[in-house]
Ligand binder design. Structure first.
Ligand code: ZN
Ligand code: FE
Length: 240
């Protein structure tokens, strides 16, 4: 029985605590910085056992070292990024099930943003932590991978159950929505989603989690039919 806590970090990053309600132990996903995580952990008396990284960028691993030092947490990430994820202890493979205590997640290798990007699919709870690959109403920039890499990675995520909750690495949703509506102006579900997003932000709430259903209906990058149209959209977004 898990609950997820959203921890805002840096400018627009989100780190997440997945907390086992039965014993108050937790995993943190992508700690951008240690301080906000420590504040929450101390306040709620949480046992921070695991640090899960989606990829090696500093705004996703910046807290690894200090959190590990303070709580003796175990750092987990993709095997190919062993040399660029600070303090890594456990090396994961594509399609592996990572299991520890009551935590259980399937690892999916989803390159495109970086070559070693993975997501953590907590299939029992239907939660997925997508880092900088799938954003709400957007997708990550292609820093290391190809258009085909990213298109295939998004396609993998699309196959999951539609009621899966999406937890991504940044609060980019409103900005992303402007691009979606520009190129998909007749999409009624998108229009409704934008109203919801604005309401949340006005109340100082995160727009995350989204759901896979919402993203399939509203996210123009998930709606792209083939890699050609996906590539065109990705280029247009870069200059938007
Ligand atoms: Zn990144
Ligand atoms: Fe990032």
């Amino acid at each position: 029985n898990m609950r997820v806590e959203v921890i805002p970090c840096l400018q627009d990053n989100y780190s997440y605590l997945i907390i086992d309600k039965s014993n108050n132990s937790a995993c943190v996903v992508d700690p951008s910085e240690a301080k906000p995580i420590m504040n929450f952990v101390e306040k709620e008396n949480i046992n921070l056992k695991y640090i899960l990284n989606t990829h090696h960028h500093f705004d996703h691993v910046g807290g690894n070292k200090n959190l590990k030092k303070k709580y003796n947490s175990v750092v987990i990430g993709f095997k190919d990024d062993a040399n660029r994820i600070p303090e890594i202890d456990i090396l994961l493979e594509d399609n592996q099930i990572w299991k520890a205590d009551n935590f259980e997640a399937k690892i999916m290798h989803i390159p495109g943003h970086t070559t070693g990007h993975i997501c953590y699919h907590f299939f029992k709870e239907k939660l997925i932590f997508t880092g900088d690959t799938l954003f709400s109403l957007g997708c990550g920039k292609l820093f290391e991978g190809t258009y085909q890499d990213m298109f295939s990675s998004l396609k993998k995520i699309k196959k999951l159950s539609q009621d899966t909750k999406i937890y991504c690495g940044h609060e980019y949703t409103l900005q992303n929505s402007k691009f979606c509506i520009e190129y998909d102006p007749e999409n009624t579900k998108l229009k409704n989603k934008i109203t919801e997003i604005k309401k949340k932000l006005q109340n100082n709430l995160p727009t995350i989690p989204s759901t896979l259903k919402d993203e399939i209906e509203c996210n123009i990058f998930l709606r792209a039919k083939d890699v050609e149209s996906f590539s065109k959209l990705r280029d247009l977004k870069d200059i938007f």
